[in-house]
Design a protein around this ligand. Structure first.
Ligand SMILES: C[C@H](C(=O)O)C(=O)SCCNC(=O)CCNC(=O)[C@H](O)C(C)(C)COP(=O)(O)OP(=O)(O)OC[C@H]1O[C@@H](n2cnc3c(N)ncnc32)[C@H](O)[C@@H]1OP(=O)(O)O
Length: 561
């Protein structure tokens, strides 16, 4: 790009920056020196390929979505939390909000994630363990008691039973007197990554996609700020994928949801802002920063060029980041604080919109209160003390980071081509969806990830990749950590309360809601209004999901060796 064009871009950025709202904060260095809000090529200097880098707040958004970077608003500190019953988790949420957490993020227990009630025989021993147990709308009401749902953005990490859980959240908001149209938050929903990596599905992909289509339409029509999908690379990476695989599979999944929205006749500029993303921040500091920058650039280009998105928000890739759970070690667990801080810093330098930092004890159990607080404080130290919020995309123009960004983008494009080659042009949703479904069916994704995981593990075992406390710098004594243990009393109490609620509800209203939901499943009408009616009558998650399992059948993965 020639010097004049770069200068015109700088002026456009300056106008945007000047007219934007900035935080009332000190933007000087620790020594008190002024710093610019963004840096670029020296005036009069040409820069080959600058159109790929650009300025913050401008297409292709490599350097961030907002002209002000974190001077306008810092990232959201969003700590993933949930354990025991709704009451215990509600207490933890109040603690997080009082301690400066910017938003909520609900972790559900395994029965809830799989769509079973707490009194289902398959739930025995799991209730309230890896997250909070939610059986019906009444639990959701308790979960958010005293937390104004119209004001706090709430993320819910659930994918198989995302839609019934979302209905419970809407009913909890109704019971608080909040107009659902003002709700803002994120539902994970992304079912592709379940087949690809995490393996928590309820039925085959097609009915899941049909429900997700209903959800996208419902939100696009009536809850404009809500993000019904958080397309997740985190689980793909944690299963052993490389950074490029994580990026490419996740963005391809995102493209497939765009095809889904278009196949339902929705306007891309209306529904695309509801697609958000979720990535892993692993240990290779610069590779991760490059991944985040490339993600924004690729998404903006595909949205504009392939899908015809016209507005900024429909081209923006907004993402949440979680530091890498797999990088934590049980050996010398205090080292995990350092790993997490470095990973979090890469997410921030990559321009994350929202961040969760893992607690040091998460290889062993859910975080203790003290470990959860250190994790939260880690973000606050980065945000308040280090000066990283002063300058947007501070590594833009670094030869190394730009080269890595270009390379990871090329690698992702090669993977997109492979996915498209596997698909059918005439698939009713679209060719990318078709390629992904085929890759799920024949185990291609799983095989590619397993191969990458195997290569990495071999490198660790040969000592080529070093892990402190594991294959180098050992220590003979591991300090004892205080572990959070969830009492079995939680399960007994949850089952008792569930039984009492079932006995007190209007059975006919529950049955009518479930029947209407099944009728909609058969007729092709949106399943959300009748599901909401069932939830209002206190139909349980297990009842809704079991009815759907009976209707659609369960899915079994093809074994692959
Ligand atoms: C591993 C584990 C498991 O499986 O067990 C999990 O999955 S845990 C998974 C946990 N997942 C999550 O927690 C997902 C979290 N995701 C989210 O919160 C969302 O989807 C998100 C990534 C889009 C972040 O949303 P957010 O509300 O926190 O942040 P946003 O970036 O949207 O910012 C909020 C508002 O401020 C505006 N804003 C932000 N920065 C600026 C700026 N510099 N200048 C002007 N405006 C700005 C945004 O445009 C937006 O307004 P406007 O909206 O008007 O544009």
């Amino acid at each position: 790009m020639d010097a004049e064009e770069i200068e015109r871009g700088r002026q456009r950025w300056q106008q945007r920056y000047d007219s934007a709202r900035k935080r009332d904060a000190d933007f000087t260095t620790l020594s008190g020196d002024e710093v610019e809000p963004v840096y670029g090529p020296a005036p009069g200097q040409a820069y080959e390929g600058f159109e790929r880098i650009g300025w913050p707040g401008e297409y292709p958004y490599t350097r961030g979505l907002h002209a002000t970077g974190y001077r306008g608003r810092t990232w959201t500190i969003r700590q993933f939390a949930g354990f025991g019953n709704a009451e215990q988790t509600n207490e933890r949420y109040r603690m997080i909000l009082e301690a400066g957490g910017g938003g909520l993020s609900v972790a559900f227990d395994m029965p809830t994630l799989m769509g079973y009630d707490s009194d289902d025989p398959r739930s025995l021993g799991e209730v309230g363990h890896c997250g909070v147990a939610i059986d019906s709308a009444a639990d959701m009401e308790v979960l958010f008691r005293g937390i104004p749902l119209g004001e706090v953005t709430t993320s819910m990490t659930i994918s198989g039973p995302a839609v019934p859980i979302f209905c419970m959240y809407l009913v909890a908001a109704e019971r608080q007197g909040v107009d659902p149209a003002v709700l803002n938050g994120t539902l994970q929903t992304d079912i592709f990554k379940e087949y690809i990596a995490q393996k928590e599905w309820l039925f085959a992909p097609e009915p899941h996609l049909r429900l997700i289509g209903d959800l996208m339409a419902h939100c696009a029509e009536g809850i404009p700020a809500y993000k019904p999908l958080s397309v997740s690379g985190y689980h793909i990476r944690e299963a052993g994928a490389t950074a490029a695989q994580e990026l490419a599979y996740t963005l391809a999944d995102g493209f497939a949801y765009v095809e889904l929205g278009l196949s339902r006749g929705l306007d891309v500029d209306v529904f695309a802002p509801g697609l958000s993303f979720f990535f892993d921040a692993h240990l290779d500091f610069f590779e991760e920063i490059a991944k985040f920058r490339a993600a924004r650039r690729i998404w903006a280009r595909w949205m504009r060029e392939r899908f015809g998105a016209k507005t900024d928000k429909a081209q923006w890739l907004r993402f949440h980041t979680q530091t890498a759970g797999v990088s934590l070690t049980a050996q010398q667990p205090y080292n995990n604080v350092v790993r997490t801080a470095v990973e979090a810093l890469s997410a921030v330098l990559g321009g994350t919109n929202s961040l969760h930092t893992n607690a040091l004890d998460e290889t062993l159990a859910l975080p203790s209160e003290q470990a959860a607080e250190i994790a939260l404080r880690t973000q606050q130290v980065l945000m308040e003390e280090t000066g990283v919020t002063n300058v947007a995309d501070p590594l833009g123009g670094s030869w190394y980071v730009e080269a890595l960004t270009d390379r990871i983008e090329q690698q992702a494009e090669e993977i997109f081509r492979k996915i498209l080659d596997r698909g059918r042009e005439d698939h009713p949703i679209g060719p990318i969806t078709s390629g992904i479904l085929r890759g799920i069916e024949d185990g291609w994704f799983t095989g590619e990830i397993a191969e990458a995981a195997f290569q990495y593990q071999q490198a660790v075992e040969k000592g080529e990749k070093r892990v402190v406390g594991v294959n180098c710098h050992p220590r003979s004594v591991t300090p004892e950590l205080e572990i959070l243990r969830v009492s079995h009393e939680v399960e007994r109490e949850q089952v008792r309360v569930l039984g009492a609620r079932r006995a007190a509800r209007d059975e006919a209203a529950v049955r009518a809601g479930l029947d209407a939901m099944l009728a909609a499943a058969r007729s092709g009408e949106s399943m959300i209004p009748p599901m909401l009616d069932a939830v209002r009558a206190e139909a349980t998650l297990g009842e809704i999901c079991n009815a759907l399992r009976e209707e659609w059948g369960i899915y079994r993965e093809t074994a692959r060796f």
